[in-house]
Design a protein around this ligand. Structure first.
Ligand SMILES: Cc1cc2nc3c(=O)[nH]c(=O)nc-3n(C[C@H](O)[C@H](O)[C@H](O)COP(=O)(O)OP(=O)(O)OC[C@H]3O[C@@H](n4cnc5c(N)ncnc54)[C@H](O)[C@@H]3O)c2cc1C
Length: 312
């Protein structure tokens, strides 16, 4: 993870129209195009194919139809219908039934009640079909409302869903206690967004220290916690902590992003741990892609090489 200055730079670059045009033109058009390293494809058939390949490596999956920050109710409805179609496609394919989604994709910025209704429609179809639905966590402006919506629906009996907490935020340790008390599942991550220092640790070492504290609580007091990281130190700590507290590997899982640290993913599966790969797909891949570049400057070189190759 980068420090906040670098994150800010990538945030700016992400707004660049030229870069977006270039990326859209070259990023996904062939199976070897550079954005495909992180994004499984633009349609659900490609995502299912990628999921099958991940499952064949002994791993679990979660499919994420990319999209966020929609600005009209029509777009939120369309995203909801697309998610319902994805559910049908997953059922027909026979792959594992697990989804990740974002509330701003379902209209949270436009109208909270509509976003809740849209989420409910998805859960109504997904729950009885045996899906688990993870609500991703977005910028800190959405943390409280995301948790409130989650708690409300949980209270209404929707139990096949979980939430995400970011160790970068000062509030998250308290939020972890709050979600653990509900009995719900948490995916613990460091946090992918640029945040002000009024709400988030500006230094990476503090984000890491908070992650370390939180992962111990999650493993000991959580409910099938998900350790979402590619950081070998955190993974080692999780393994040591679980071993020391006689918590067997079937009581938590590691989660990693599609295309990131495949070596670590394989190492963990070979060591007997559960690894879930988060598989994003869809036409709205640019913001997700930029966050992945922002996490690791070396990825930029990978993209530049890809663009040059495609233009030849
Ligand atoms: C399954 C999953 C779901 C997530 N969901 C959310 C969410 O809902 N909300 C949210 O804010 N964030 C989410 N994230 C992103 C997360 O917050 C971090 O931004 C991201 O995981 C990078 O942090 P890290 O823990 O891997 O550790 P870091 O300390 O950033 O990285 C550790 C090592 O991992 C490798 N690495 C990390 N990122 C990359 C990359 N992009 N490309 C190549 N190598 C890399 C590098 O080797 C690096 O040295 C999710 C992450 C995962 C794994």
């Amino acid at each position: 993870m980068l420090d906040s200055a670098s994150k800010a730079l990538f945030h700016l670059v992400a707004q660049s129209g030229t870069l977006k045009k270039l990326a859209s033109r070259y990023g996904m058009r062939r199976t070897a195009s550079f954005a495909r390293r992180f994004i499984a494809g633009e349609n659900v058939a490609e995502a299912i194919e990628a999921a099958r390949a991940v499952q064949a490596r002994g791993m679990l999956i979660s499919l994420d139809l990319l999209g966020e920050s929609v600005t009209t109710l029509a777009a939120a409805d369309a995203a909801t219908r697309q998610y319902l179609d994805v559910i049908e496609a997953i059922i027909a394919s026979g792959i594992e039934r697990n989804l990740s989604l974002k509330l701003t994709q379902l209209g949270l910025d436009v109208d909270k009640a509509s976003a809740v209704d849209n989420l409910r429609k998805i859960l109504e179809r997904a729950g009885p079909a045996g899906f688990f639905v993870r609500i991703d966590m977005e910028q800190s402006a959405y943390t409280e409302v995301t948790l409130e919506i989650f708690e409300t629906l949980w209270g209404h009996g929707y139990r096949q869903m979980g939430v995400v907490l970011q160790s970068s935020l000062y509030r998250s340790e308290q939020d972890l206690a709050r979600v653990n008390a509900l009995g719900a599942r948490v995916r613990l991550v460091k946090g992918a967004y640029k945040e002000p220092k009024s709400v988030a640790y500006p230094k990476k070492e503090d984000v890491d220290a908070a992650y370390a504290r939180m992962l111990k609580v999650l493993i000991t007091d959580g409910h099938y916690g998900a350790i979402g990281t590619h950081d070998p130190a955190m993974i080692e700590l999780a393994r040591d902590w679980a071993r020391a507290h006689a918590i067997t590997p079937d009581r938590f899982e590691f989660q990693m992003l599609y295309g990131v640290r495949r070596d670590l993913q394989t190492m963990l599966v070979n060591a007997g741990y559960r690894v879930r790969v988060y598989i994003p797909f869809g036409r709205e891949w640019f913001p997700y892609f930029m966050r992945r570049l922002g996490e690791r400057p070396a990825n930029i070189m990978f993209v530049i090489r890809g663009v040059l190759r495609e233009r030849r």
